[in-house]
Design a binder for this molecule. Structure first.
Ligand SMILES: Cc1cc2nc3c(=O)[nH]c(=O)nc-3n(C[C@H](O)[C@H](O)[C@H](O)COP(=O)(O)O)c2cc1C
Length: 163
């Protein structure tokens, strides 16, 4: 079984999650940054895991474009979706629901929130400025959810025995 993990990350959190996920999967896992072209073809893989992070309530444009361009291939494969974001609880669930096209969320065998991190020293001046009104995000935040990553890896590993 071949697994593609296609992700987009601005400051490295989603990239780190994608790498950890790849290490936990007991099959060939190819980890690809959607910031770089050419993008892989989903039809070369049995399972496709897609991840991104939230900025101003939206997932990165490359993730959305990747999903729409490969719609037919994705709908004929096992797909898992994950998201890095800062909110928790219902607000985070709402972000996850809104991040991916409805047709893909409905098709996915797993949807997971991996938490988020904020490393203030990595932020561009613009991003620092845009967070000024949010006192909750005035310091470092380290809320990556290792259990959620393990849970998604377990869901993928369960497919190996079925396949
Ligand atoms: C400028 C800015 C805007 C953000 N907007 C949101 C948001 O609307 N909702 C949210 O849950 N997290 C938001 N975040 C938090 C990021 O989603 C979080 O830091 C995530 O871990 C970033 O992952 P990345 O480094 O892979 O891009 C924001 C972060 C920054 C720096």
């Amino acid at each position: 079984m071949r697994v593609l993990i296609a992700y987009r990350s601005k400051y490295g959190t989603t990239a780190a999650c994608a790498r950890i996920l790849g290490q936990r999967i007991r099959a060939e896992a190819v980890v690809v940054d959607l910031a770089r072209q050419p993008w892989p073809d989903a039809h070369e893989f049995d399972v496709v895991l897609i991840g991104g992070s939230i900025y101003g309530a939206k997932i990165q444009r490359e993730v959305t474009t990747f999903c729409h361009r490969q719609r037919e291939e994705l709908l004929s494969r096992k797909v898992g979706l994950f998201l890095c974001s800062m909110y928790q609880g219902e607000q985070a669930q709402a972000e996850l629901r809104g991040a991916y096209p409805e047709w893909l969320s409905a098709h996915a065998f797993a949807n997971r929130l991996f938490g988020g991190e904020l490393h203030r020293d990595r932020l561009t001046l613009w991003d620092r400025f845009s967070l000024l009104g949010n006192p909750r995000w005035s310091q470092e935040v380290l809320l990556m959810d290792a259990a959620a990553i393990e849970s998604m890896a377990a869901a993928v590993n369960a497919l190996i025995h079925v396949a």
